[in-house]
Design a protein around this ligand. Structure first.
Ligand code: F0G
Length: 457
């Protein structure tokens, strides 16, 4: 049967800039060869993040016009709360302006200094917020995740045996939280199976440790469960998502992804006492508990976005579009983490550019080349981001892989944009040795990748 097109058409458009090669070279140099420092109007295709970059629908904008901006008890809050309660089943819902605000409030209320937070992989802000709470973030991804090329369906899973070893071992009493990220953004956008979540719940219950979801991409995880976990093939994505939330004690969610909005987040909780602590913190730092740093119109867009994001036709079309881009890229001779996820593709820059050593930052070099050749912006996930450096900014411990993430904004780019991206990559893959390495010129002490400046070698 013919492949179905996306279940929407385009009504409002925004022009994208096309700079000359000289203009791009100048722009990148002025940005210290760090794409984070580029101006958006210097970028043709922006694949830096899928966060807050999606298109809203006509129904969301219509709902936004009804936004109730009352300081407390706004109509829009109740619409949002009821939608989230229905989706997640959690009795307590706290709105926050974005995911990391939820992380800060939850971790500072739940984690005690010296405790350990275990995850399949902490996202970078999640990692930072666990540390700010005085606790230690520890990643226990499943062993299958280490093979970038295998077709294992659930490489986002947590390593259950390793989790059990920590819980039953000498450090067991220090574990304050198990946080499973669905899908696993830090490790190739790979999904987590329901069987894995069920086993985590069982272990956490046995050891009386709270189990939470970092559910920024809950709908995309649900779609991949439906596709890849036979027991769920006739469940709807929404039913699968609800079941996942039911297995956990609570969640933190950045709604800038599967909320289909530019801003927003939430904390979902069962525990009354934890809710009271988080709510006090929320009111002091984010806003009253019926808006949490969001405007009424944001809450309205979110309530509608959460309905649209679990539409099987939308998820099917988005997953197929990412898979087609992966196929085009692989056909051009560039390997990506397999199997493709939904919100992003991860290019294996280390393999494409064997002439560059880790200290020359092959992932960063490929990202810069994509900008120089095609005005495409993306993010490095390799030694520049994850490697250990000495005081002179020299790489001491390389990252395990040299990757580049192409994040796919929701409902924004068409297959024609992706054909362009693949063709720029294909040209690089024909002559990879012309891609030059980089060295660090200056670097901030914290969250290096955002503000680092480099120069080509
Ligand atoms: N958790 C995960 C898994 C995320 O991917 C993000 C953000 C956050 C938490 C934090 O949420 O941005 O709303 O404060 N990820 C974006 C990205 C920034 O590009 O992957 P936030």
């Amino acid at each position: 049967p013919a492949k179905l097109p996306p279940p929407y058409r385009i009504k409002v458009v925004e022009p994208i800039p096309f700079l000359s090669a000289d203009e791009r070279r100048l722009a990148l140099a002025e940005a210290g060869h760090n794409p984070f420092n580029l101006r958006a109007d210097q970028i043709t295709i922006d694949l830096l993040s899928d966060s807050g970059t999606g298109a809203t629908s006509a129904a969301q904008e219509a709902a936004a016009a009804l936004g109730d901006e009352s300081y407390a008890g706004a109509r829009s809050w109740f619409r949002f709360r009821d939608e989230v309660r229905d989706l997640t089943g959690y009795p307590h819902i706290l709105p926050v302006h974005q995911g990391r605000a939820g992380e800060r409030i939850l971790f500072s209320s739940l984690l005690k200094p010296g405790q350990i937070c275990i995850s399949n992989t902490h996202f970078d802000t999640t990692h930072a917020n666990v540390k700010l709470a005085g606790a230690e973030p520890r990643d226990l991804p499943c062993p299958e995740a280490a093979d970038l090329d295998s077709d294992e369906p659930f490489k986002g899973n947590i390593d259950l045996a390793a989790l059990e070893r920590v819980l039953t071992g000498p450090e067991g009493h220090r574990v304050g939280l198990v946080l499973v990220t669905i899908t696993n953004n830090g490790l190739g956008a790979q999904p987590v199976s329901m069987a894995n979540l069920e086993a985590v719940r069982e272990l956490c219950q046995r050891h009386a440790v709270p189990f939470f979801l970092d559910a920024a991409r809950f709908a995309e995880n649900a779609w991949l469960v439906r596709e890849r976990e036979p027991a769920y093939s006739d469940w709807t994505p929404r039913q699968i998502a609800t079941r996942a939330f039911q297995l956990a004690d609570g969640c933190v969610v950045s709604l800038k992804k599967d909320g289909l909005t530019a801003i927003g987040g939430l904390i979902g909780l069962r525990d009354d006492e934890l809710h009271a602590t988080c709510e006090a913190n929320l009111i002091a730092t984010e806003g009253f508990s019926t808006y949490g740093g969001l405007a009424g119109h944001d809450l309205e867009r979110l309530a509608q976005g959460l309905k649209e994001v679990v539409d099987p036709a939308y998820l099917q079309s988005r997953a197929a579009s990412t898979a087609r881009l992966a196929q085009m890229i692989n056909d051009a001779g560039v390997d990506t983490i397999q199997p493709p996820g939904i919100h992003a593709l991860y290019l294996n820059a280390g393999r494409l550019l064997p002439h560059l050593a880790p200290h020359e930052f092959p992932g960063h070099s490929l990202g810069c080349q994509l900008y120089l050749d095609g005005g495409i912006r993306c993010a490095e996930l390799g030694s520049l981001y994850l490697g250990g450096m000495d005081d002179e900014h020299r790489l001491v411990t390389p990252a395990p892989f040299e990757l580049v993430r192409l994040a796919i904004p929701r409902r924004v780019y068409t297959d024609a944009h992706f054909e362009y991206v693949a063709s720029v990559l294909a040209d690089i893959a024909k002559e990879p040795e012309r891609v030059r390495g980089y060295r660090i010129v200056s670097s901030p002490p914290l969250l290096r990748h955002f503000k680092v400046r480099l120069e080509p070698l």
